[in-house]
Design a protein around this ligand. Structure first.
Ligand SMILES: Cc1ncc(COP(=O)(O)O)c(C=O)c1O
Length: 429
C-alpha cells in the first residue's frame, strides 16, 4: 500500500534521524580512536576545555563583518570586546605591531596574504612541495589561484633547508615580488636572515609561513621571523599553537596602508563569516599560551628530540642525524627504498596498532602517494603530559609493530594502556 504524505514524511524523518545519529556515533568513535591511541600527525592538536567552551557557544551562528568598532551588522558589542582582546593578545604573544585573527585557516591566511602583497603575474619564490613546501605555496594551491609565476629554491637535502648560497643567488637573479619561506616538513629553522637580505636587496617582500611552528616561535624556541627579516608571518592556530582551527596574519609593519590592505584582504577579500566562535577560541588560547606557552614549546621540542633518539636506538632510520634529528615538533623516518610506498605501508600498520601518523615524501621521493617516509609530530602527546620517558615507550611500540612484527592488535592494547595515564590536557587553565 502506498504511503500517504504524512506517513512518507514520518518514515523519511525517522530515517534522517537514524542518519544523524549514525554521524554522531562516528564522531564519538573518532574521539575514542584518537583518545586511546597515540595521535602523532604533526599538523594537529587538541583544544583546552575553556577554548572548547568558546567554540561551542552562541557565537557559532553569528556574523561580525568588519573590525572591532566598525561593523556592518548590529549586535557585535560583546564580540568587539572578544576580538579586541584577541588582537591585543596576538600582538603580545607573537611580538608583532599588527595582527589579524580572523582567517578561518592557515590556507585562507595565505590566500589573503598573497592578495595583499602581490598582483597576478608577479614572480614568487617558495619551497617546492617535494622539499616539504605546502600545497598553498604551489600552482595547485593559493599561488596558482593568484596567478603567480612560481620559482622554487635550490634545496640542501642534508640540512633539510634551502641551500643558502644558491637560494640567495637565485633570489637575486629571479628578482621576485615576494619571497615566501616556511614549509609543512619543518625540522630546522630557515636561514631567514641571509635569504631575507637577498630578497630585500632586489625589492622583494618577505613572507614566512609559520603554520606548523607558530607555537614554537611564540614560545621562543625555534626562530623569530619578524625580527629576522620577514615582513609578514602567516600561520595556523591549531598546530604547535594549540588553539581552535583557524589562521593568523602577523606583521611588524607600521605602514598603515599595508595594515589596511592586509585587513581588507581578509575581509572582504577572502572571508565573510569568519567563524566568530573560533575567533573567541583563539583569544582564549592566546591567553592560555601567554601563561603556559613557553614551557609547552620547550617541552615539545625536548620530546621531539627524545623521540628521534629513541627511534634511532630502536633501529629506525631517522633523518638528519648529523643535525641532531630535529629542532621542531617533527621527526622524519625512512621505512624503505625511495618511491617504494614503504611510508604508506608503515602508516597503515601503525594505525592498526593505535598509532596515528602520516606518510610523507622524503628527499629523493617523487611520488606523493607512495613515499618512503613518515612525518611524526609530538605536539599533541606533549599536550597530554607525556615526557621523554613516554617518548621511549612510543618508540618501543613503533619497534614492536614495525620491526618485531608483533600482532598490531596486541600493540594496540599496549598503546591504549600507556595512553590511559595521559588523557588530560595540560598547559591550560
Ligand atoms: C606550511 C603550511 N602552510 C599552511 C598550511 C595550511 O593550514 P590550514 O590547514 O590551517 O589551512 C599548512 C597545513 O598543514 C602548512 O603545513
Amino acid at each position: 500500500m502506498a504511503l500517504n504524505g504524512r506517513d512518507k514524511w514520518k518514515a523519511m524523518s525517522t530515517h534522517s534521524h537514524e542518519t544523524a545519529k549514525r554521524v554522531l556515533e562516528a564522531v564519538d568513535q573518532s574521539g575514542a580512536h584518537y583518545g586511546s591511541g597515540f595521535p602523532m600527525i604533526a599538523s594537529e592538536n587538541v583544544i583546552s576545555p575553556m577554548v572548547r567552551r568558546a567554540c561551542d557557544s552562541d557565537l557559532h551562528g553569528r556574523y561580525a563583518e568588519g573590525l572591532p568598532g566598525k561593523r556592518y551588522y548590529q549586535g557585535c558589542d560583546d564580540f568587539d570586546t572578544i576580538e579586541t582582546i584577541g588582537i591585543d593578545l596576538a600582538k603580545k604573544v607573537f611580538n608583532a605591531n599588527f595582527a589579524n585573527i580572523q582567517p578561518i585557516s592557515g590556507t585562507v591566511a595565505n590566500i589573503a596574504a598573497l592578495k595583499a602583497m602581490v598582483k597576478p603575474g608577479d614572480r614568487i619564490t617558495a619551497v617546492s612541495t617535494a622539499d616539504g613546501g605546502h600545497i598553498s605555496h604551489a600552482q595547485m594551491g593559493a599561488v596558482g589561484l593568484r596567478g603567480l609565476d612560481l620559482h622554487t629554491y635550490p634545496w640542501d637535502e642534508d640540512r633539510m633547508e634551502p641551500d643558502v648560497d644558491a637560494a640567495a643567488a637565485m633570489i637575486r637573479d629571479t628578482k621576485p615580488a615576494l619571497a615566501l619561506f616556511g614549509a609543512s616538513v619543518f625540522l630546522f629553522p630557515t636561514p631567514l636572515k641571509e635569504l631575507a637580505d637577498a630578497a630585500h636587496e632586489v625589492g622583494a617582500r618577505v613572507m614566512y609561513d609559520g603554520a606548523h611552528v607558530l607555537g614554537l616561535i611564540a614560545g621562543g624556541v625555534f626562530q623569530d621571523p619578524l625580527r629576522e627579516g620577514a615582513d609578514l608571518m602567516t600561520g595556523s592556530s591549531h598546530k604547535t599553537f594549540p588553539g581552535p582551527q583557524g589562521g593568523f596574519l602577523l606583521s611588524n609593519t607600521d605602514d598603515e596602508k599595508m595594515q589596511r590592505r592586509l585587513n581588507n584582504a581578509v575581509f572582504p577579500g577572502t572571508n565573510s563569516s569568519y567563524h566568530l566562535h573560533h575567533v573567541a577560541g583563539k583569544a582564549v588560547a592566546l591567553a592560555e599560551f601567554e601563561a603556559y606557552g613557553a614551557s609547552y614549546a620547550q617541552d615539545t621540542v625536548t620530546n621531539a628530540k627524545a623521540l628521534a633518539e629513541a627511534l634511532a636506538a630502536e633501529g629506525f632510520d631517522v633523518l638528519a642525524e648529523e643535525r641532531g634529528y630535529t629542532a621542531s615538533h617533527q621527526v622524519l623516518t625512512r621505512h624503505g627504498e625511495t618511491d617504494s610506498g614503504a611510508g604508506r605501508a608503515a602508516a597503515a600498520l601503525l594505525e592498526e596498532a593505535g598509532i596515528i601518523t602520516n606518510m610523507n615524501m622524503l628527499p629523493g621521493d617523487t611520488r606523493a602517494l607512495s613515499p618512503s617516509g613518515l612525518r611524526l609530530g609530538v605536539q599533541e602527546l606533549t599536550r597530554h603530559g607525556m615526557g621523554p620517558d613516554q617518548m621511549q615507550d612510543v618508540a618501543t611500540c613503533f619497534r614492536r609493530a614495525l620491526i618485531d612484527g608483533v600482532d598490531p592488535a596486541q600493540v594496540k592494547t599496549e598503546v591504549a594502556a600507556i595512553r590511559e595515564g595521559f588523557t588530560d590536557i595540560q598547559y591550560c587553565f
